[in-house]
Ligand binder design. Structure first.
Ligand SMILES: *Cc1c(COP(=O)(O)O)cnc(C)c1O
Length: 410
């Protein structure tokens, strides 16, 4: 009983109270959780110069960016707009890594003007970059290491057919271009998706980067991207951060010794920092019994949280309005006129019309992937910071839906 109640509050603030005060649907984030994840990652690495570059695309609210900036994080951005949001939140250009994929070359030029670190991920742009800037603007190269890693590791962006990074098989061409224009390579980067499970898989990927590093004399950092796995349900395998820190720290130290200089070790976690901090609170519109199933229809849908429909992601859901109700299986569905399922066969305390449900692990790729589909307003966002709930984004209104529409007299 007690345990359950603890789940339904953040820093002593009742989730139910937040829904009452700010309405629903509403995204709620726990600042303490974000900071503790940040600290956990920092603490796991010792004897190396670790830099954390939060992957801003996971959740870009200014309050979250400011929180992480204050904690000492840098950021990784994938668009000029995220770059601007980062600068507005107080990040200095030197702490921003720009890792675009298939953007126009003009965006890269604009990034250079802003003074951020550019991460190049294709040969034509490396060539253009060299031609234009020569050795005057340092940059990083994103390598696709083609880790299909046997069996248990499913990798989403580091495999051979992926559109990300420059293939390791094209490494000789990288070297040709770099020497032709004398490009100042200060970093190498790999990001192998979000499905790395074991610390050993990371270390294996790191070894590949260590090998390549010996071809560049001016390196300042190696960036191992992200891929930390977080638990979405009980029993899910997660990356053992302590083990990862221990193994990576020691192999990185050895590498630096051989390389002859202490480099920075970078990671770009998104999910790891913000996923578990977030809850999407929704209200039950209807409980609909069919001969086989019980549907709980809520006042939200794939327009607000697309992960279940887009990736088949599992999110656990709890009924915070009836914590002692009898447990029953439910299919929780949204109000969008498409197949719109948040979860099937979920066991929850009995759900009644009007009950507030909390969809967990909604901090990463929740609001940032939300839309106005079905002409619905996007939810409000609330950050619980120092024991108090703060509104950090207002719920949209009709004005927002019409803002950029141009009236045509017909
Ligand atoms: C999306 C992304 C990340 C973050 O991935 P998570 O799985 O959320 O940790 C890191 N680096 C790059 C380049 C990305 O595109």
């Amino acid at each position: 009983m007690l345990l359950k109640e603890v789940n339904y509050q953040i820093q002593g603030v009742e989730l139910a109270e937040i829904a009452k005060e700010f309405g629903s649907p509403v995204y709620v984030y726990d600042a303490e959780k974000i900071l503790s994840q940040f600290q956990r990652l920092k603490n796991a690495f010792s004897g190396v110069n670790l830099k954390i570059k939060y992957a801003a695309k996971a959740l870009t609210n200014q309050a979250i960016l400011k929180l992480l900036n204050k904690a000492g994080s840098g950021i990784d951005v994938v668009s000029l707009q995220e770059l601007e949001l980062g600068l507005l939140a107080g990040f200095e250009a030197k702490d921003i890594m720009f890792t675009p994929n298939c953007v126009a070359y003009e965006e890269i030029q604009a990034g250079v003007k802003k003074g951020v670190t550019i991460n190049l991920d294709n040969l034509p742009f490396l060539e253009k970059f060299g031609k234009e800037y020569g050795s005057s603007v340092p940059c990083c190269i994103r390598i696709n290491p083609h880790i299909d890693a046997g069996g248990n590791v499913k990798i989403m962006t580091g495999h051979k057919e992926s559109k990300f990074g420059i293939s390791i098989e094209q490494f000789p061409e990288i070297l040709n271009i770099v020497s032709k224009y004398n490009i100042d390579i200060i970093g190498l980067h790999i990001h192998s998706g979000s499905d790395f499970k074991s610390a050993d898989a990371f270390v294996k990927a790191a070894d590949i980067l260590f090998d390549l590093s010996n071809n560049f004399k001016n390196l300042r950092f190696l960036d191992f991207g992200s891929g930390f796995k977080v638990a979405y349900k009980e029993g899910d395998y997660t990356t053992d951060i302590a083990e990862l820190g221990e193994k990576m720290s020691s192999s990185f130290q050895q590498f630096c010794k051989k390389y002859g200089r202490d480099l920075e070790l970078w990671f770009e976690p998104g999910k790891f920092l913000v996923s578990e901090s977030g809850y999407l609170l929704v209200q039950t519109n209807v409980v609909k019994e069919t001969p086989d199933l019980t549907f709980v229809g809520v006042n939200s849908g794939l327009n607000h949280l697309i992960r279940p429909m887009m990736y088949g992601a599992y999110h656990s859901i709890v009924n915070i309005s009836n914590p002692s109700g009898v447990e029953k299986p439910y299919n929780v569905v949204g109000y969008i006129c498409e197949t719109d399922t948040f979860g099937s066969g979920l066991v929850m305390n009995e759900v009644r019309e009007g009950d507030i449900l909390a969809i967990k692990n909604a901090g990463a790729y929740g609001f940032s992937m939300s839309s106005n589909y079905n002409s619905r307003f996007r939810p409000a966002e609330v950050l619980v910071y120092k024991g108090k709930a703060h509104l950090i984004r207002k719920r949209e209104t009709m004005e927002d839906l019409l803002r950029n529409q141009v009236n045509l007299e017909l």
